[in-house]
Structure formats: C-alpha cells, structure tokens
Write a protein that binds this ligand. Structure first.
Ligand code: XUL
Ligand code: CO
Length: 436
C-alpha cells in the first residue's frame, strides 16, 4: 500500500505549468555552468522534520496527519516508516537524506537494546538505499532530547553524560559508514550554557574539542572517510551556544587543531538568529576554506526564533547560489532541507508542496545567479571598486613591499588620498532586480 497514493513521480514541467505537483524550475538534467542541477544542489530531505515532525509547539500537541504511523513508537513502526520515507523521496526525486540516530530508531531500555534497534532500522535503510539509489548525505547523533543531556553532552558537568554521548557517536559513525554516508555533522544541541555563575566555560570548551578529536580518531580507526561538519547556531536551546556563528566555529576549530578534519554546515535560520544573513555566513565560511554543506530553510524575522520554514525567497536562494558558485560548489556536501511544514499544514500532501517549493526556489536562484555571473556585472563593479589595489601603491602593499615608514613617506609626498568614489549600493540593487 503506497503512503502517498495520490502522488506520482514529480517531474519538471517548465515555468508555465500550473500543476502544484510539478517542478517549474528544478530540472535535474539541465546543465548550468557545466554541471547538472542535480549535482549543483545534491538536495537532501531531513528525516527528523519530514518523517518525525508532528507540529507540536509549546501551546499544543502534534497536529500532523500521518496515517502510516502505528500507535506505538517501536522498531516495527520505525521500519515501516523507512518505506514511507523512501517512497516520498523517490517520488520527489531527491538524491539524499540526513538523519539523527534517534529519528530513525527508538531508544530501548539500555544502550545495548538501543543499538540493536538502530541496527534493525539501518538494515531497512540500507535495503531502501540499494533499491532506490538514494544516498545518505550525512548522519548525526541526537545528543539533546534525552533528559540525560539536560546539562549538555560533550560539555556536560557530568562526565558520564560525556561518556554516554561518546558511545552514541561511536555507534552513529559506524552506521553512517555502513550506509555509505558522505558526511557526519556535529550540531551542538545543548552544548552551551544559561549562565556563567555555575559554568566552567574553559573546561567545557576543552571537553567539546576533546570529544571532536575522539570522533575524528574513531573515524580513522574504522575507515570512515566522510567529511565532518560543525553546524553554527547562536542560541536555542541554550542562551549561549558554543557554536555561535561561522567565525566563532572557525576560531574554535583553529584553536583546538581540528581544521584538517571539520568544515561547517551553514544553516539559514541559524545565520539570522546570529544577526547575520545567510550570504554573510556562506561568504565568511567559504572565504576561510570552511564551506562544507548547507541546511536550507528560513526563519521569520518578525518571530525571531528558529522556525525552520521552507525557503521560498528568490533573493535568498540567489545569494546562496552566488556564494556557492563563486567558491566552486558544495560536493561532498549538499542542500539539506532542515525545514518543517507549518503546524497548520497538517496533510501529507503538504510535505510535497513544501519540498517542491524549496527546490524550485533554489533552481530559480541558480538560474539568476548564473545569469548575473555570465554578464559579469558584479565582477566588473567589484574590480573597479578595488582598482586602487591592482597597481601602484596598492599592488606594492599587497606584495609586502611597504611598512609604516615608507607609507608615511608616500603620503607626506602625496599630501592626501586620491578621492573616494561612490559605493553605488542603490544602483547595484537595481541591477540585481533586473535579473530576479
Ligand atoms: C537544530 C538543527 C539540527 C541540526 C542537526 O536547529 O539545525 O537539526 O541540523 O542536528
Ligand atoms: Co540544521
């Protein structure tokens, strides 16, 4: 029995189509700048939202209608859910998915039983991967839901919580390898603090780094060669997360000698929670050589918390694609929809509308970004703006030929600077609008 009997495979029908269950812009085979759309994006579905999100909020219980869910959260139900998930992803036409260990399989009464539950579900995931060709983009461990992690996991004041988390990540790495995952993500969960009166910040940071080194060492030991990602998020659930933003995470990785092993997984709603744009976070991470993968979603600036909505804003996706293309793309990372349908969108069909909209928004962003790049309009303005660095004193400074004394001499002779030119922000914004 299919879970989505009313949905056929979603296909590209072109911009004129009015079929809500078709792509208007995402055409997996279409080549843009020498690469198919499929390979530009490497779209991924987030198992935790799409197959485990029920729409509960602090004011009420889940609302989502998920007729395939059994009455109990047991292994049988989890295995059945795997077929539903792969039917969905196959019909949608995405190549990848991501999961936390606890999204796919329920916890048992002991760690041993929990691991057995996971093994059973992983066998089902592997079977469906082989049947469909859909791959695991990255795996991760949920180190935040169980009350044992009330004070955090790697940064807990309780050493046993650290040890339990280590055992959990060990297993998560093993199953990620078993499923051929191309990455493994650390999102801090509760790695942060609520107030400093009861927190040894330095000790907690040291522990987080030790934990990551252990993960890197264990990956080597078992031959897991996937890329590790660190996912910045400034707040939620704690007031101060240790993985605040791209700059903060990069500083952490550099301080603790982890730069050879870990890149960043940048998420839109986390960027805005940190007071940044996604464009800023992508540019910052990529400029430092740390762009790994992205969690595609969007927040609501009027609400201001981590609403994890599906991205539909074409300016946002254009900015994302400009950054990604500038720095050579994402592989082995991808565009993972870490996004959930609204509590009010409770029908199974809404899962399709949401993902189709996100994929089409990214496809439009790609086409617009490619057109801007082809015309070279931004490049030309940037080149002109920094022209003073291409010859004369600017080129000499960049070549390391000057110090303060020689620059003083230069300015004493010249008297004052060559006049500044306009930044032309409004003109550039108008030009961008002609492409959107
Ligand atoms: C939480 C979040 C996580 C990570 C994976 O805000 O984004 O779902 O992406 O743990
Ligand atoms: Co995320």
């Amino acid at each position: 029995m299919p879970a989505f009997p009313e949905v056929e495979k979603i296909v590209y029908e072109g911009p004129e189509s009015r079929n809500p269950l078709a792509f208007r812009h995402y055409n997996p085979e279409e080549i843009v700048e020498g690469l198919s759309m499929r390979d530009h994006f490497r779209f991924s579905v987030a198992y935790w939202h799409t197959f485990r999100g029920g729409g509960a909020d602090p004011f009420g219980p889940p609302t989502a209608q998920r007729p395939w869910e059994g009455p109990e959260d047991n292994v049988e139900n989890a295995v059945n859910r795997v077929s539903v998930a792969f039917e969905f992803m196959e019909k949608l036409g995405v190549g990848f998915y991501c999961f936390h260990d606890r999204d796919v399989a329920p916890e048992g009464s002991s760690l041993a039983e929990t691991n057995r539950n996971l093994d059973t579900v992983v066998a089902a995931l592997k079977g469906e991967q082989q049947r469909t060709g859909i791959q695991l983009l990255w795996g991760t461990a949920n180190l935040f839901s169980n009350p044992r992690y009330v004070h955090g996991a790697a940064t807990s004041c309780n050493a046993d919580a650290f040890a339990f988390a280590a055992a959990q990540v060990k297993k998560a790495l093993e199953v990620t390898k078993e499923l051929g995952g191309s990455g493994y993500t650390f999102w801090g969960g509760r790695e942060g603090y609520q107030n400093l009166w009861n927190t040894d910040l330095k000790r907690e940071l040291d522990h987080l780094a030790r934990f990551m080194h252990m993960a890197v060492d264990y990956a080597k030991e078992i031959g897991f060669t996937g890329q590790f990602y660190f996912e910045p998020k400034p707040k939620e659930p704690t007031k101060h997360q240790y993985d605040y933003d791209a700059a903060n995470c990069i500083n952490f990785l550099r301080s603790y000698g982890l730069t050879d092993h870990i890149k960043l997984n940048i998420e839109t709603n986390h960027a805005t929670l940190a007071g940044h744009t996604m464009q800023h976070e992508l540019e910052y991470a990529a400029s430092q050589g740390f762009l790994g993968s992205i969690d595609a979603n969007t927040g609501d600036l009027l609400l201001g918390w981590d609403t994890d909505q599906f991205p539909t804003d074409i300016y946002l996706t254009t900015q994302c694609m400009l950054a990604l293309m500038k720095y050579g793309g994402l592989a082995p990372g991808g565009v993972n929809f870490d996004a959930k349908v609204r509590r009010e969108s409770f029908e199974p069909l809404d899962l399709f509308y949401a993902h189709i909209g996100g994929m089409d928004a990214f496809a439009r962003g790609l086409k617009i970004a490619a057109a801007i790049r082809a015309d070279g309009v931004l490049d030309k303005m940037l080149k002109e703006r920094y022209g003073s660095w291409d010859s004369g004193i600017g080129a000499e400074i960049e070549a390391g030929q000057h110090g303060f004394a020689s620059l003083e001499k230069y300015m004493l002779e010249k008297g004052d600077i060559t006049p500044n030119t306009s930044g032309r922000q409004e003109l550039i914004e108008n030009i961008i609008n002609t492409y959107v």
